[in-house]
Design a protein around this ligand. Sequence first.
Ligand code: ADP
Ligand code: MN
Length: 252
Amino acid sequence: MRKIEDKRDKNRTFKKDSSFLKAEENVFDVPTLKLLYTLANKGYITEMGGSISTGKEANVFYATGNEGEVAVKIYRLTSGTFKAMDPYILKDPRFSNIRHSRKDIVFAWTQKEAQNLLRIRKAGVRAPRPIVNDRNVLVMEFMGKDKIPFPLLKDTPLDDADAQNLFDQIIEGMRRLYVRAHLVHSDLSEYNILVDVEKMEAVIIDVGQAVTLDHPNVREFMARDIENILRFFKKYGIKEDKKIISDRVKER
Ligand code: ADP
Ligand code: MN
């Protein structure tokens, strides 16, 4: 009896709230929409706001929930370039036993992103706090203020002193990631770093592909991250040697 009651209640809420994602109906498959309703019923999402970003594999939305402003990152199950995920996840020892269907890779990827965010934060690097994740949806702390996300590093106007400050923060962040969290971001660039301009603080995002140091390609991934950062900061007069930076990142 009780079970039936619960079921009916659930359906009612489902119906009542079904307008708030209407606009996204074509983007998301039915299981994803159902999952969003479940997260809404649990209070993680009370109001879905606008789209922040439409990427190759995921959409990011602004929302509010019981924990305040949140960002909802939704990996699409129906379109996207999931082959790009393979080298990062299939050789990660933490995920060695996943089945290799696309759906399973996406679910493992979402899980890995949430785990990585936690590890990164524990290492003392600023990154969004993961709030809840399930299947292909990650709800995390919104990095921004009054509905406006912090700008990407690439879009932040900087004077040379700001640039030097952020550069030092980013290299120190990579060092903490490497030495304390045993992680390499593996997609680090001015596109995956936000800037809290008021505090002039770097915020690391998009960590689904970050790998542990036992990943076979970790050296190559780290070299690429360092090259991206050096390339970006060159125009602010920062010229460092990549070998010296690499040594600095590994310093205990
Ligand atoms: P993608 O895989 O599509 O690159 P990202 O994780 O980089 O996904 O997110 C895409 C964009 O969404 C980011 O460039 C940033 O502007 C915004 N974004 C992502 N996470 C957050 C967050 N926690 N708070 C605010 N904005 C975010
Ligand atoms: Mn990104």
